[in-house]
Write a protein that binds this ligand. Sequence first.
Ligand SMILES: Cc1cc2nc3c(=O)[nH]c(=O)nc-3n(C[C@H](O)[C@H](O)[C@H](O)COP(=O)(O)OP(=O)(O)OC[C@H]3O[C@@H](n4cnc5c(N)ncnc54)[C@H](O)[C@@H]3O)c2cc1C
Length: 381
Amino acid sequence: MTHDIVIVGGGVGGTVTANRLRKKLQREVSGGNVRIRIVSDNPEHVYKPTFFYVPWGESEPEDARRPLADLVDRRVELIYDRVTHIDTSGKSLDLSENGSMPYDYLVVATGAMPDLDDTPGFGPDGDGHHFYDAEAAMALRQELSAFDEGHLVLSVIGTPHVCPAAPVEFTMLADSRFRKLGKRDDIDITYTYPLPRLHSVGPVAEWAEPRYAERDIQTQTMFNPETVDSGNSVIHTVEGTDLEYDLLVGIPEFEPSPLIAKSGLGDTWMEVDKHTLESDHAEDVFGIGDVTNLPTSKAGSVAHYAAGTVVDRIAALVRGHEPRTIFEGDTICFLEAGADEGSHISFDYETDPVVRDQSEFVHWAKFAYNEMYWLTARGLA
Ligand SMILES: Cc1cc2nc3c(=O)[nH]c(=O)nc-3n(C[C@H](O)[C@H](O)[C@H](O)COP(=O)(O)OP(=O)(O)OC[C@H]3O[C@@H](n4cnc5c(N)ncnc54)[C@H](O)[C@@H]3O)c2cc1C
């Protein structure tokens, strides 16, 4: 009997899972007892953390992309198509172009997307920039390079968003890049956050506060943008305050694909057991990465570590064993501190977040990791 393992999504979680499963189940794959397939709506693998450096001219959009076929073991079948529905009782997927596809075990790794329509006036039809895709990051690059004076506002419009550290990192980088260019005296920087402190992760808020003060970065907390008046360059908040800007960079709230709710896998986010990563609503269905409701950050490291758990559990099931490996919530995020220094934060379900000492070494380690990432995706590191 052939076990059909299907992975939806060719991003961080899906690619690492496929390569590691192929290795772990080498005997079964070679013997024709296991077939591993990825269905992805994008023939390219996109490593999104690279986009963070595009606005500063320190990376190019092409650096973030590689053909999925170059990263995935040749014994994994690749199907480039969009999954439109998951029938969890009949154990099959509906594809946009290729009919339906059965599965025995399913891994959902479809990620999350920014909701750009949630705040009137912000987004493609209004004002406000972001760096969550190649085009937006390039548009922001153009604005930043021409920005010599005025008020830069980085506003966290909603949570959750991917890479929780990114807004703090962006303001630190902005301060340091403008200083290097000799523009900082003519540019004011304000960071806004929707909660009563600077970040939802307490230690990150505590880390940022003195550094912002030292670098003259203004802050506003309990600041929830309701509309952006692009004609007058003003943000109006739910709290009734206004903030004028000359250049607005927004961090929108993220959402999963409607596929999840449509397929009964969760009201919005895919609902999974936080340790086994199995769906709360369907048998033999696992979720990893940004699409899930896991009580931790939406970060590449989480997708990567979770992939290890799912691989072990599916391999055990295929071999008729009791799955034992569980996910402990391992999370690690780099924190750019500006001035060519960096730090990182790590935690899991049981251990509180700790922000480590910042150093030049960690700043360069982040760059090195982004290069090494392509080995990680191949399941080699
Ligand atoms: C600017 C930026 C900076 C970041 N920086 C960091 C960082 O420094 N550190 C860190 O750990 N994380 C960072 N992240 C977050 C990290 O990129 C994500 O957490 C990670 O990519 C999540 O992996 P994933 O597999 O869940 O989703 P993704 O990598 O987004 O992959 C989702 C895949 O699913 C496919 N897909 C979606 N819907 C369908 C469908 N219906 N049918 C078929 N295929 C589908 C997509 O095409 C894609 O291939 C950053 C993200 C951004 C945007």
